[in-house]
Design a protein around this ligand. Structure first.
Ligand code: ATP
Ligand code: MG
Length: 456
């Protein structure tokens, strides 16, 4: 479908009079009649930013994902501007702006609710200036914050489709690496030698998988080929950076496809070491696939998604396995669950630093699961009032849908939440537990429920 759309968009490029002109430094200048970007899709803030910088005598273009998305007729979620002005010069042009970042100094320019990110053209990472560009033994770039010209800025970007510069005032695109032609052909291609670029920054392998899934672009052969061989390089990437990329990957609206591609290229080992094991069991695979599909549906319907919920699903079957292990070793269900949760979260944290606010949601969702099996007395009322009830209930439904739990249990909670007080009373199961077993047994018993009262 995208190919058809692009053919329509670029139909006019076949006419010789409209062929892209080559500018001085090996770049093509592509007019609006050829690229057909709808300028109305450019935000007011982005327009004002480029206009005012240009008025102050600097070069200024929209760049990166926004231009790529405009060419693909997708509405960009944010706009980045690249300019010849230094951060201080940008800061002087805009009253409401501030310089941010240490490694990369950028300027945020504010217009009402909108923030436009402005970066100064960056120089080549191959600069001999040792102070500004450092390369590790593996080839990974540790610092690259030298300023440069537009051509140098283009060459240090990752994909040809991401290295396009759009000037809203002339409506022309400056294209150094034939990115427009690649987009037109439906291809995502790394600029330069792919292996070298992945060694410089292994996260580019994840970006390749994510962007090709999200944009419906096919990975160019030479761009795809080295990925499996280099997958292990992800081990050297700081866990916090991996986490940010993972979040984008799974919240792109194409999580299913992205996960399949990650596995195909062996990239998931470095991210979710436990996912491999889970996906080998039919029940685990079914659960994860359902969860990813659910996430994709929500993203595509513009509904909010919770990263904590998503990670809770990705790791659940690993928690289940560890939970059983601790129970077999003689621990009571609830302490065993908490031991399993910590074990799984710790193994995961070595690879991927899941932000604390997400991992606490994740643990709350897991910790509430046994309480859904307690359907007698006052306990179900307490669970309904819990602030995480809704997330934990959605999680329960996925467990039922995947076949891990009987569908009847999920239905019972759906009905119980909907029922009036009389009906709720009638729905409660008889409480067979002798009173004395209700006491807390040890300091380890969780606040989220006492397993000794479980029906199961
Ligand atoms: P998205 O739509 O997901 O935001 P994006 O391509 O805009 O995709 P950003 O992380 O916002 O991704 O990056 C903006 C631009 O910065 C990219 O389009 C690309 O030109 C450049 N870029 C980002 N990450 C890298 C990288 N790891 N190596 C080289 N260039 C990069
Ligand atoms: Mg972006």
């Amino acid at each position: 479908m995208i190919r058809k759309l692009l053919q329509r968009v670029f139909k006019s490029s076949k006419q010789p009079s409209q062929a892209p002109a080559r500018s001085g430094h090996g770049a093509k200048t592509i007019p609006a009649s050829v690229h057909r970007i709808d300028r109305k899709l450019v935000s007011v803030g982005a327009l004002k930013t480029t206009q005012q910088l240009q008025k102050a005598g600097f070069d200024a273009y929209l760049v990166g994902g926004a231009v790529r998305d405009l060419l693909l007729k997708k509405r960009p979620k944010d706009f980045d501007v690249a300019t010849s002005a230094t951060p201080e010069q940008v800061n002087r042009v805009f009253r409401r702006s501030r310089i941010i970042g240490r490694r990369f100094r950028l300027v945020h320019v504010m217009f009402g609710d909108e923030t436009v990110e402005v970066s100064t053209f960056r120089g080549s990472h191959l600069s001999p200036d040792e102070d500004n560009a450092r390369v590790a033994d593996s080839g990974r770039i540790l610092r690259d914050n030298v300023f440069g010209n537009q051509e140098q800025d283009a060459v240090r970007r990752d994909f040809t489709a991401n290295a396009l510069y759009y000037d809203p005032s002339t409506e022309e695109i400056v294209d150094f690496h034939d990115g427009v032609a690649d987009i037109k052909a439906g291809i995502l291609r790394m600029i330069g030698d792919a292996e070298t670029r992945y060694r410089e920054d292994p996260v580019r392998m994840l970006r390749a998988v994510r962007l090709s899934a999200k944009l419906g672009l096919k990975l160019d052969k030479a761009t795809e080929a080295p990925i499996s061989k280099l997958a292990d390089l992800l081990h050297d990437v700081p866990p916090s950076r991996l986490f940010d990329e993972m979040l984008k990957l799974f919240l792109s609206g194409h999580a299913m496809e992205s996960a399949t591609e990650l596995r195909k290229h062996g990239l998931h080992h470095g991210l979710l070491p436990l996912l491999d094991v889970v996906l080998e069991q039919p029940l685990g695979a079914r659960f994860v696939n359902l969860a990813l599909k659910n996430t994709d549906d929500r993203v595509l319907a513009d509904k909010p998604v919770s990263p904590g919920f998503l990670f809770a699903t990705l790791l659940w079957h690993e928690v289940l396995a560890a939970w059983q292990k601790y129970q077999k070793a003689g621990h009571r269900p609830m302490p065993a669950l908490h031991m399993a949760m910590s074990e799984v979260a710790d193994i995961q944290a070595e690879k991927l630093a899941i932000h604390k606010r997400y991992s606490s949601t994740m643990k709350e969702i897991w910790g509430l699961q046994p309480r859904f099996e307690m359907r007698a007395g006052k306990r179900p009322y307490g669970l309904l009032e819990h602030p995480r009830y809704r997330a934990a209930y959605d999680f329960l439904l996925l467990r039922c849908e995947s076949g891990e739990l009987p569908a009847e249990l999920g239905q019972w909670w759906t009905d119980f939440a909907d029922a009036d007080s009389e009906k709720r009373q009638a729905m409660l199961l008889p409480d067979h537990q002798p009173k004395k077993r209700r006491r807390r047994r040890s300091g380890r018993a969780s606040s989220s429920g006492n397993p000794s009262t479980s029906e199961s």
